[in-house]
Design a protein around this ligand. Structure first.
Ligand code: NAG
Ligand code: NAG
Ligand code: NAG
Ligand code: NAG
Ligand code: NAG
Ligand code: NAG
Ligand code: NAG
Ligand code: NAG
Ligand code: NAG
Length: 779
């Protein structure tokens, strides 16, 4: 359901090339971008600055450079920077100037996409919601109000960038930027029609995002490498990974419907900034070999040979050198091709690269990089009691649920966006007078509410009636429940809550949010239904929760100091605030908080929002992989799912910079009701690691600072299965591979070994069989 419309999402291409007079000269011809007159291969990766912390940036960018990237690409997120009209925020992880300077300091180029629309599963596509409320506005068309606001914001950004001399023409790192003032017609799909535009690819997605209720989508390493190598085989020279680091949707930045707080994306750097192996390493090797043949790829004459069955060779030749790529796009059949008198095996759905057209140095399907399986360990802070001590207080709802007191009243049902997205929460309140002889009156009356976004809790006369939400957030829901009304005045109070505003699709900005109605009382007399429509009643509105200020930030705790209690900790109680303190876990490993047992709500550490949580929402039961995923054949987002039937998201990233070395405070707002006693802090590190190398390649394993404690498996020859469940196949080397690896690796942080008969002895494998050395170790 979520896939059909998303193809659109990835066509967000619109680049402007800055031709220059000073600084670095960036231009292009039909073949490639040129930098100071020289054609370049540019490997770029998306990292969105608000999805990590400034303290993480330099490490992320260092790892990107080490991973073989030339450039980092980011969007600018308008709604984050201008949350209220003409009130700007460039602090903390919104300091995009610092982000670009960090890129510069690490010696990489930057690609800037100013928007204003961002195709990034980001709340409301990056548009500030106040923009929607400007009179006369129409989004993404040549509408004056829209154009003026857009120009005002994009000019500000461009001015800031210029002031800091960050464009390449000024000596800065930004080699490409989206048009700073597009002419207004769907800027995301605007394609400049420059003559001789090189083949550039600004988004190829390394995985996929996740929705509440969705499974974990994985994209196999071999397939990502194949799609990139194939792009270069067919003349590509600029490519960007979407995402290289996905990160986290902190606060309420996640888009809709129902994008999760984690934006891991199965990217080469995982949500926490650790290497996602083998994806990171396998792509690094691809980048290194592409860079090594940059000259032939961008200057060489191109010729090709078609071998049939989707197998082809491309030869890039300059006067001095020749480089070749052999591609096999057949999804089932490996190929053996004869090229210049030699035979080469090209597995199905793979590309081989031969920098000298003789020796294969890389094949996309042959992964010679270790796999890491991450494990979580519980908090190792000193003197930390095993269980956290909680205090709690109730969200005060008497004023709203019982008395219907709010801020504004009007005789219509308002879209929740009128509140400028100041909060996820908005109360809709009305009262209803019933006489004893009112036609609707019966002993079987129901309250029926048509809602669109996304969750609703109903109270009648202060009593909780029930809740409902839209599955996956995409359809409207209809709530209907038997209700007991009194003669005279009845108070109906409905709390609507959003879970990320729609961020894509045609006219997504106009999609209804909240309770559009009808809202009705239905009475029944026999078969006859009598409907009382409350939609045109006087409705009173209140935005937000009592514990949150106008921008849904936590109030200074003093306001509620006297209300926190530590006795009678409630469990499964709606609208409950919980508070605890904890010590920061030792070491440098990334920290997560396990929120298993909780329902749905918001979480903060020392006032920093971790994002929305919803561990009670389990992922779909069906459609997960039962064995290894076949990387061959075109990828689609449902191809390699995992996590069926488990909480969509159980662990939430707590960046180390959110914590101090002393006492830290975790605050939860539990909307649905949950059990906080299971909550605990954990660190993540590689647990099981698996090394892999085909013959004559070097097998390397590393525990990322820890030591290798045990070798569980080692074999050189034919190996089946995946990391964690390897089995020996039909042939292997004579020597005791396990002892050789144990001697070389146990007790060390890392080790490497040539996969060769000279080390492990001859094998009984058939001639021509593709032998590999496979090792499984415990960190
Ligand atoms: C943006 O609009 C404000 C008035 O609302 C004006 O003062 C400011 O100069 C404008 N900025 C730019 C860059 O156009
Ligand atoms: C793949 O290879 C098989 C066997 O050689 C062949 O029958 C089939 O047509 C090929 N498929 C494509 C798409 O080339
Ligand atoms: C490349 O092509 C040009 C034009 O066809 C030709 O003159 C030149 O000799 C070729 N160079 C190589 C190395 O094949
Ligand atoms: C490559 O060789 C061709 C034919 O020998 C010659 O015409 C051409 O100038 C050479 N190109 C370069 C860049 O050396
Ligand atoms: C109330 O009315 C609904 C809808 O007609 C019906 O399904 C239900 O059985 C009725 N309940 C009672 C207790 O009469
Ligand atoms: C509920 O509201 C939506 C959005 O306004 C509308 O499309 C839908 O028809 C309504 N459903 C009912 C049952 O009235
Ligand atoms: C590995 O290297 C050895 C020694 O150079 C060579 O005989 C063998 O054919 C190579 N194997 C492969 C698969 O390249
Ligand atoms: C492995 O086997 C080769 C060839 O049989 C032998 O020369 C070598 O010493 C053996 N190595 C070890 C570590 O046993
Ligand atoms: C532009 C381009 O080549 N996009 C590719 C990105 O990766 C997917 C999945 O492999 C391909 O189907 C697209 O063609």
């Amino acid at each position: 359901m979520k896939m059909g419309t998303t193809t659109l999402l990835f066509l967000c291409i619109s680049l402007m090339i800055f031709t220059t007079t000073s600084g670095v000269d960036v231009s292009h011809d039909g073949r490639a971008l040129t930098i100071n007159g020289e054609r370049k291969i540019i490997l770029s990766g998306s990292i969105h600055y608000p999805r990590s912390t400034p303290e993480m940036w330099s490490d992320l960018i260092k790892k990107s450079k080490e991973g073989g990237l030339d450039a980092i690409e980011t969007y600018i997120f308008w709604n984050a920077h201008e949350p209220m009209r003409r009130q700007y925020d460039f602090s903390g992880n919104l300091d995009f100037i610092r982000f670009i300077k960090t890129i510069q300091d690490e010696g990489l180029y930057a690609v800037l996409r100013i928007g204003p629309y961002v195709c990034a599963e980001w709340n409301y596509g990056g548009f500030p919601v106040w923009l929607k409320n400007l009179p006369g506005i129409e989004f993404r068309t040549a509408n004056d109000v829209f154009m003026n606001e857009m120009q005002n914001f994009t000019s500000l950004i461009v001015d800031m960038v210029k002031q800091e001399n960050l464009f390449a023409s000024q000596g800065g790192p930004i080699i490409l930027a989206q048009l700073n003032t597009c002419n207004g017609y769907y800027c995301d799909q605007f394609e400049p029609s420059y003559p001789d535009t090189p083949k550039m690819w600004t988004e190829n997605w390394t995985g996929w995002f996740k929705n509440w209720g969705g499974r974990d989508p994985l994209r196999m390493t071999e397939d990502v490498a194949f799609s990139v190598a194939r792009f270069f085989q067919f003349g590509g020279t600029f490519q960007n990974y979407y995402m290289y680091h996905g990160g986290t949707n902190f606060g309420r930045t996640a888009g809709g419907p129902y994008i999760t707080t984690s934006y891991d994306y199965d990217a080469p750097l995982n949500e926490f900034g650790s290497l996602n192996q083998p994806k990171y390493g396998h792509l690094k090797q691809l980048h290194d070999v592409l860079h090594s043949i940059q000259k032939t790829l961008t200057y060489g004459n191109v010729s090709s040979i078609d071998f049939g069955n989707s197998v082809s060779a491309t030869i890039f030749a300059t006067n001095d050198t020749e480089s070749c790529m052999f591609g096999n796009a057949n999804t089932t059949t490996d190929a053996t091709i004869n090229f210049q008198g030699m035979n080469y095996n090209v597995p199905a759905w793979s590309v081989s690269i031969l920098p000298d057209c003789k020796n294969e140095v890389y094949n996309t399907a042959k992964v010679n990089t270790q796999t890491w399986k991450m494990v979580k360990e519980t908090n190792e802070a000193e003197n930390e009691p095993t269980a956290l001590k909680w205090s709690w207080r109730e969200e005060v709802i008497a004023e709203t649920a019982v008395h219907g007191k709010g801020e504004v009243s009007t005789s219509q049902l308002l879209d929740q966006k009128v509140a400028n997205d100041a909060s996820d929460y908005m109360w809709y309140m009305t009262s209803l007078n019933l006489n004893k002889d009112d036609a609707v009156w019966s002993d079987n009356m129901t309250l029926r509410v048509n809602g669109t976004g996304h969750v609703m809790h109903a109270y009648v006369n202060g009593e909780y009636l029930g809740s409902q939400w839209a599955t996956y957030g995409i359809f409207n829901y209809v709530f209907e429940k038997k209700v007991k009304l009194n003669p005279g005045k009845n108070q109906i109070s409905l709390l609507s809550s959003t879970v990320g505003l729609q961020n894509y699709g045609p006219k997504f900005d106009t999609i209804s949010t909240g309770l559009p109605g009808p809202i009705e009382i239905i009475g029944r007399n026999g078969d006859e239904s009598i409907i009382k429509d409350l939609s045109k009643h006087t409705w009173t509105y209140k935005v937000g929760l009592d514990g949150l200020d106008v921008q849904d930030k936590l109030f200074d705790d003093n306001k509620f100091a006297s209300q926190w209690r530590s006795e009678d900790l409630p469990i499964n109680k709606m609208f409950t605030w919980y508070k605890t303190t904890f010590k920061v876990p030792l070491g440098e490993d990334p920290v997560v908080v396990d929120l298993l047992g909780l329902g749905k709500g918001l979480a903060w550490v020392n006032g920093n929002s971790l994002g929305r949580y919803w561990p009670s929402y389990l992922a779909t039961e069906e459609g997960c992989m039962t064995g290894p995923c076949d990387y061959r054949g075109s990828y689609y987002a449902d191809k390699c799912n995992s996590n069926c039937g488990q909480p969509t998201q159980r662990w939430y990233h707590v960046p180390r910079s959110f914590m101090n070395s002393d006492v830290n405070e975790l605050i939860l707002f539990e909307e649905f009701g949950g059990n906080p006693t299971l909550v605990n802090f954990q660190t993540m590190r590689p647990g099981t690691i698996c090394g892999n190398a085909y013959e004559n390649n070097t097998m390397e394993i590393s525990c990322d600072g820890k030591t290798i404690s045990e070798i569980k498996f080692a074999s050189f020859g034919d190996v089946h299965g995946i990391c964690g469940s390897f089995e020996k196949g039909t042939c292997e080397a004579k020597n005791d591979t396990l002892s050789i690896i144990q001697n070389a690796c146990v007790g060390k942080e890392s080790c490497s070994m040539l996969a060769s008969e000279s080390v492990f002895g001859s094998t009984n494998c058939d001639a021509g069989f593709s032998k590999r050395l496979v090792v499984e170790a415990i960190c």
